[in-house]
Design a protein around this ligand. Structure first.
Ligand code: UT7
Length: 331
């Protein structure tokens, strides 16, 4: 049984916020942000929601796959910034796109969420429970960010990316002889270090607990600790995935990494001794969109023709949790 991505889509808010715009909010500079992160601008919601962006991305993914919404078996939305605790975003997406036969639920593995959704979908499809799944990473992080904190507000952006994944009884063999489909996955978490990147919710009931619960409800981050984790864990889990497959770094055509910081991506390339030209980036234009970064980048690379049938791709990311993962697939 082969599990293949047969459609991708993405949706971004209209509003562009440049580094120069941020200079008016916090003490920073375009030069500092570009040098330390590689980001020049990001999209910020002025009304778009996690659900509306996710639905927009799903519609495009279904169009590419040539499928109708009624044919979807499962919708998985990876998000850490939903509008509502209940109902979950995936159920809202189901309603918005008219996927009336789909089961739907959310998962939260922060920036590694899309990879965890892909792995979860693969498990469902390989077990035969479902034949297909729409997997989505969608975030409106701008509402979780403290716009007076220059250490975090310069990093994040809003957006959504989706992929339609299908189980196929017959192998799709590409011209270069490779079999199209997901080849292997690695995922993990280090909860003991979780508080280096956190965001609080309401914690206790108000009926029986009278002390004030007013804390900082915005994203809190120890940037350097996250940086150290990413530059060590991402190459390690990519090596683990390639090791499972018995293939080398040179056998990979593209590395699509979570777009958190250009310096992190450069460091991963160096660790792997891989050519940086194999690491497409869009962080300069959209910033870090957490779970949406990888599917938005994948969609852009597929639609532009950069990624071609038969190319081997590694998707890898890390995020709050701390979570990490890598998937190897042939397009
Ligand atoms: O999806 C996962 C999300 N998180 C991440 O990926 C975060 C990973 N970490 C990073 O990307 C980097 O650690 C940051 C970009 C967040 C920060 O870069 P850094 O090179 O680690 O800077 P730093 O925290 O060591 O700060 C260096 C200096 C400090 O000033 P002093 O103490 O040297 O005077 C900061 O106060 O830069 C200052 N600084 C800024 N200056 C201008 C911090 N943020 C800014 C800013 N503009 N926006």
């Amino acid at each position: 049984m082969t599990i293949r991505i047969t459609g991708t889509g993405s949706a971004l808010p209209e509003k562009i916020v440049t580094n120069f715009d941020l200079q008016k909010l916090v003490e920073t500079s375009d030069e500092w942000i570009q040098k330390r992160t590689g980001i020049a601008q990001r999209r910020v919601s002025t009304g778009e929601t996690v659900a509306s962006l996710a639905a927009g991305a799903c519609t495009k993914a279904l169009e590419m796959a040539g499928k109708a919404a009624e044919e979807v078996d499962l919708i998985l939305v990876a998000t850490c910034s939903p509008e509502l605790l209940l109902p979950c975003c995936a159920c809202q997406v189901q309603d918005r796109i008219g996927a009336s036969h789909a089961a739907a639920f959310d998962l939260n593995a922060a920036c590694a969420g899309f990879l965890f959704a892909l792995n979860t979908a693969q498990a469902y499809l390989q077990s035969g429970i479902y034949k297909n799944a729409l997997i989505v990473g969608s975030e409106v992080l701008s509402k979780l960010v403290d716009w007076t904190d220059r250490g975090t507000c310069i990093l994040f952006g809003d957006g959504a990316g989706a992929a339609f994944v299908e189980a196929q009884a017959e192998d799709f063999v590409c011209e270069n002889g490779r079999k199209s489909g997901v080849e292997c996955m690695v995922q993990g978490a280090d909860g003991a270090r979780g508080m280096v990147l956190s965001c609080a919710e309401r914690t206790l009931n108000s009926a029986f607990f009278s002390e004030s619960q007013d804390g900082n409800l915005f994203v809190q981050m120890d940037g350097q600790e996250v940086y150290k984790f990413a530059t060590k864990q991402v190459p390690a889990c990519i090596q683990q995935a390639l090791g499972q497959m018995g293939i080398a770094v040179d056998d990979v055509d593209w590395f699509l990494l979570h777009q958190a910081n250009v310096r992190i991506i450069e460091s991963v390339a160096k660790h792997l001794k891989a050519d940086l030209a194999k690491f497409p980036m869009n962080i300069q234009d959209v910033g870090n969109m957490s779970s949406a970064t990888i599917p938005v980048l994948l969609d852009a690379c597929c639609r532009s023709g950069k990624i071609k049938r038969g190319d081997r791709i590694v998707l890898s990311g890390f995020g709050a949790g701390l979570t990490y993962g890598a998937s190897v697939l042939v397009w």
